[in-house]
Design a protein around this ligand. Structure first.
Ligand SMILES: *Cc1c(COP(=O)(O)O)cnc(C)c1O
Length: 374
């Protein structure tokens, strides 16, 4: 076949990335830290309209530090959305804390605030303590019911860690996602909407969290001429070279969001009238980034469609397998309603690459149309 592979979502450079990377080389700031890191943090803070940000080696590292800064230790309960990528939940295990998984609601496919409150009360009854933190996710760039989730967390004085790894550029009301929690986290992994090839960020209106994140992510060096350590540190900082890529990428972020939303609209227009497919809803008042167009197909059709697309060298992917179904988390407490299991069973992420042409997308729409109920 002549056509190149169509990816789910691949890096899409804007043009200025190499300029910033070259600056790092020309000034020999080929180091962790340096002017690109400082500027990337400043530019992202301005973009999100949040006080400050710490650039890190990954989104997973950002969640890990967020747990540490909230004092999570062995045996503590940490509540986490079940319907997510494992990067949201793994840091709970790094701390030897206990993950408590919460199912999704139907309106955004994210954490159900009613189940969240039920779980908090029940854990208090079971353990005598409230959970130490809540990790809520905006899956595929769609806003969770973040006001409700935040209200529940505030009611029980539990810190909210907002996993906006997939949701950069999206908003709820007039606020960007990632700025609602006590701490927000971002990912710049290879297929995210903004990539530094690998990286992440911790953002907060609380300067103290960000200062602490910078400290812990650079091996927790105390203020002394020799290397003095009173705390265990981590090597989690972003390099100045990669921050250069991020600065270039940030300049085209809004353009990418627009294009992702256009891709979604074209799928909806081409397939939305068919009985055999439905799409991830967008919560009223929110503006998703449609990082991946996520759909649910008629029962049994998911693998057939995925394999048929693969024959044409087109990548698609099942929706995330809920964490409470993962072998590594099989013993964890869960509060489930069946929503995420149902979505996982028949759900497929359609190719959402911003470099895909309209012609290529029409080809995909044509293939799917032939395979599902009209
Ligand atoms: C990608 C992702 C992460 C982890 O980010 P990395 O930079 O890959 O470590 C966490 N949560 C969600 C929902 C993600 O999609």
């Amino acid at each position: 076949m002549d056509r190149k592979k169509i990816w789910l979502s691949s890096p899409h450079m804007g043009g200025e990335e190499q300029k910033f990377v070259k600056e790092a080389f020309d000034s020999n700031w080929v180091a962790p830290l340096g002017p690109n890191v400082d500027e990337f943090e400043n530019e992202m803070s301005r973009y999100l309209n949040i006080k400050s940000a710490a650039a890190l080696s990954s989104g997973t590292a950002a969640i890990h530090l967020a747990l540490i800064m909230n004092g999570i230790k062995a045996g503590d309960d940490v509540i986490c959305q079940s319907f997510t990528f494992s990067g949201s939940a793994n840091p709970i295990a790094y701390q030897q804390a206990r993950a408590v998984f919460i199912d999704s609601e139907e309106e955004s496919w994210n954490m159900d605030p009613v189940l969240l409150e039920k779980a908090i009360k029940d854990r208090k009854k079971q353990t005598g303590k409230y959970p130490g933190a809540v990790i809520a996710v905006h899956l595929y760039g769609q806003s969770a019911k973040i006001d409700e989730i935040k209200a529940v967390c505030e009611k029980y004085k539990i810190p909210l860690i907002e996993d906006a790894a997939e949701a950069l550029g999206a908003s709820f009301g007039n606020r960007k996602l990632g700025t609602f929690g006590d701490i927000g986290i971002l990912s710049f992994n290879g297929n995210k909407i903004l990539t530094t090839s690998g990286g992440g960020m911790l953002v907060s209106d609380n300067d103290e969290f960000v200062r602490k994140a910078r400290f812990l992510s650079t091996q927790a060096r105390d203020n002394a001429p020799h290397y003095e350590h009173t705390q265990i540190g981590y090597n989690y900082r972003m390099s100045n070279v990669l921050a250069g890529i991020g600065r270039g990428q940030l300049k085209v972020l809004d353009k990418r969001v627009e294009r992702k939303r256009e891709i979604f609209d074209r799928y909806k227009k081409g397939l939305g009238r068919l009985k055999g497919i439905s799409f991830q809803p967008e919560l009223k008042g929110s503006y998703g980034n449609r990082w991946l167009t996520a759909a649910v197909l008629e029962p049994g059709a998911r693998e057939e469609v995925r394999l048929e697309l693969l024959k044409y060298n087109i990548e698609s992917r099942p929706l995330w397998k809920p964490m409470h179904l993962q072998p590594v988390f099989k013993d964890c407490v869960r509060y489930v309603s069946g929503v995420s299991e149902r979505l996982f069973k028949d759900g497929l992420c359609l190719p959402s690459d911003t470099k895909m042409t309209n012609g290529e997308q029409d080809e995909i729409i044509g293939i799917i149309k032939k395979m599902i109920r009209g």
